[in-house]
Design a protein around this ligand. Structure first.
Ligand code: NAP
Ligand code: MG
Length: 479
């Protein structure tokens, strides 16, 4: 059975993007060949090879760090905040001007639906640069001093390639640091287009360096002795390895890691809105979201009704071509990630949870996983404990607010949570008791550059966004 709503395809044109057959590394303001090998990036919706991309080795990373150091010492740290702001505003405006190109390229390389890259990722990227541009000449009012750290080594994942780049680069530059950034192996293309935007904005050479590669390139960046600050977003496992690698050094570190958020629905919640919030919480970006509401906690008295309405709504989700403007759920980012989602879902079934997937047709090429919900999940199940990072929801029930809090906090993670209720007082008391960096009330997955984001426990440490996001890139008020 196909989706209950049929739509004529409405694909966005690819003509706006110019993907080159091969890409070098962006070091000291120029694209260079690099000394390492290369790798391919593919379109996960079709398995089409998009481009050959240079893999930076230790020598390349060293060159990039040297370029960043030179730019830091000679130019960027000497420039006034107001001057730096001009570059950031210029970059923000170019991102807006080239927004369509960036959105199409992001959807092609990552697999996310164009309506998300167009309406969420790219506008929030531009907003981030505008926001931190505004701070560049006001750092003395931040409470964190105005002295930059030096060279920042930044490593980011594939789920929001350009957005994670913006979260890293905008505050670093606003504070007067220079940057060596590695995008994820499966999604390097928008970072490389961003490098072109840096050229277009006449950003001084070496202020931003983009080195593509895989885990070894990331390791070379974080362990480079002349890097003053390490900023990482990715898995808890790699985050722990990085924390060990920098222990005993002078490097400052921020880690934004995994999550297993509880989305808590009380029986007095506006259920239609809650259903939309549940769907947005777990199926936005194919569930490749660190703060995804992957554990639905629903009050027992409304559990049957919520499940019935949720399945009805899920059956209307349109899964398919990421470039189609109708698409709600795009492709899984890689074959490896698809294998992980399948494995954990099979384990969920083997552990005794009941699995239901939407009756949608999946394309034959590419990497796809139908939106799925598990009921009858217990807290001990691996699908309730481990991050699936895909379009898979686990449903648990509760009777009292205290039970909801206990279940929500029963996780090694603590990144985000959602609360759905009609009572303001309950929102406040739940927010106080939930051990999560962000608590959304009667909404979910809302991002704004003015609002700090980050985790507790194994979700990492440090905050990105808002005034708090400056702290990671400044020496502190007393130095
Ligand atoms: P990952 O495997 O940890 O990779 C993240 C980045 O680190 C990639 O660029 C990766 O390179 C690189 N890397 C791998 N091994 C490394 C090492 N030993 N040293 C330095 N860098 C290394 O994570 P992922 O699977 O790509 O991303 C998904 C994870 O990110 C999820 O757990 C999710 O929750 C988390 N995440 C967290 C946030 C947040 O703000 N808290 C936001 C988004 C995602 P390659 O992958 O290119 O090989
Ligand atoms: Mg790709």
């Amino acid at each position: 059975m196909s989706n209950i709503f049929e739509y004529a395809p409405a694909p966005e044109s690819r003509a706006v993007v110019d993907i080159k057959p091969s890409y070098g590394l962006f070091i000291n303001g120029e694209f260079v060949d690099g000394h390492g090998t290369s790798f391919k990036t593919v379109n996960p919706a079709t398995e089409e090879v998009l481009a050959e991309v240079a893999e930076a080795n230790d020598a390349d990373v060293d060159e990039a760090v040297k370029a960043a150091r030179r730019a830091y010492t000679r130019v960027w740290s000497r420039m006034s905040g107001a001057e730096r702001a001009k570059y950031l505003y210029r970059i923000a405006r170019i991102i807006q001007e080239r927004g369509r190109e960036l959105a199409v390229l992001e959807s092609i390389d990552n697999g996310k639906p164009i309506k998300e890259s167009r309406d969420v990722d790219i506008p929030v990227v531009a907003a981030h640069f505008f926001y931190y541009a505004g701070w560049a000449d006001k750092l003395e009012h931040s409470g964190y001093g105005s002295t930059p750290l030096g060279v920042a080594g930044q490593v980011i994942p594939w789920n929001f390639p350009l957005l994670m780049l913006a979260w890293k680069i905008a505050p670093a530059l606003a504070c007067g640091n220079t940057v060596v950034l590695k995008p994820a192996e499966t999604t390097p293309l928008t970072a490389l287009l961003f490098a072109e935007i840096c050229q277009q904005a006449d950003l001084p050479p070496g202020v931003v360096n983009i080195v593509t590669g895989a885990g070894d390139t990331g390791r070379a960046i974080v362990s480079h002795p002349d890097v003053d600050k390490v900023a990482f977003t990715g898995s808890t496992e790699v985050g722990k390895a990085i924390a060990r690698a920098v222990a005993g050094t002078e490097k400052k570190v921020t880690l934004e890691l995994g999550g297993k958020a509880a989305n808590i629905v009380f029986d007095d919640a506006p259920l239609d809105q809650a259903i939309e919030g549940i769907v947005n919480g777990i199926f936005f970006n194919q569930g490749h979201v660190c703060c995804a509401g992957s554990r639905l906690l629903v009050q027992e008295s409304v559990a049957d009704e919520v499940m019935e309405r949720l399945k009805r709504r899920m059956a209307t989700l349109r899964v398919g071509d990421p470039l189609d403007k109708n698409t709600d759920v795009g492709a899984i980012n890689s074959a490896e990630q698809l294998a992980k989602i399948r494995e954990l879902s099979d384990i969920g079934e083997a552990e005794g949870a009941e699995r239901w997937s939407t009756p949608c047709e999946l394309p034959t090429n590419g990497y796809w996983f139908a939106p799925t919900v598990f009921t009858g999940v217990s807290q001990a199940h691996r699908i309730a404990r481990e991050e699936i990072f895909g379009p898979v929801l686990s449903v648990l029930t509760f009777r009292t607010p205290s039970e909801a809090v206990e279940k929500a906090n029963n996780t090694p993670f603590g990144l985000s949570a959602g609360v759905w209720t009609d009572k303001g007082s309950r929102i406040l008391s739940m927010a106080n008791r939930l051990r999560a960096g962000v608590v959304w009330a009667n909404t979910f997955n809302k991002f704004d550059p003015t609002s700090p984001f980050g985790g507790y426990k194994e979700s990492g440490y440090g905050r990105e966004g808002g005034r708090h996001g400056l702290e990671a890139y400044l020496k502190g008020a007393d130095s």
